[in-house]
Ligand binder design. Sequence first.
Ligand code: CDP
Ligand code: CDP
Length: 227
Amino acid sequence: HDRQPIIAIDGPAGAGKSTVARQVAAKLGLVYLDTGAMYRAITWLVLQKGIALDDECAIAELANHCVIQLSPGKDLQTPVQVWINDTDVTQAIRTHEVTSKVSAIAAQSAVRQALLKLQQNWGKKGGLVAEGRDIGTQVFPDAEVKIFLTASVSERARRRQQDFQKQGQPEVSIEQLEKDIAERDRKDSTRKVSPLQKAADAVEIRTDGMSVSEVTEQIVDFYTNLR
Ligand code: CDP
Ligand code: CDP
């Protein structure tokens, strides 16, 4: 068949999906797709327009008519560039405000339907490392490699705190980060539509105590053994 393989990476916040997916894509010469960035972009637009988070009609309308563009950063350190309706929101989608609201938007089925189409379009020809919450279960259920990345809440909070420090962002306590992460995990895994869930045929990698390159190598090995 003429479709290139797809690697699907799912898991909770801070498990290392973005970091590892980009490394794997770079190593294998595949395209990297950050689906969380799309949910963040819509959330940013909802907030910017002052639409109430529970106004599902207005949000559906927005999701069905917006144009989202993604462009992978030029190297592994440069974040994925994101535009919505021609506004560059690369930085704006990473604020605490967006992070704390995104799960409420991502739980709405009209939003998921609109983004699902976009994501599946990206994957038409395969050759993709896609990362999110429902890649192996909904977006690409036929993906050749499915990974479910996890780590303990305390480890994930520690990683987030280090990221904030590196970016020169204001200090957030570990306790607060653990609370925020656990709350987002809860919302993402208990929603009715496409909850965060390990696909039956996914391989789980518990990344506590593992380095980014160790995780990357494991996934590259799975892919290589396929061929
Ligand atoms: O990187 P981080 O784990 O903080 O989050 P993200 O991957 O940018 O995703 C942000 C939010 O988007 C998640 O908490 C989910 O609510 C939602 N999301 C989703 O529902 N389905 C996806 N495939 C990707 C993200
Ligand atoms: O996308 P997701 O929210 O799952 O995680 P991320 O945005 O990639 O953040 C993970 C952070 O933990 C990054 O700073 C990584 O360098 C670090 N990390 C990791 O991803 N994997 C490990 N095995 C160890 C650390």
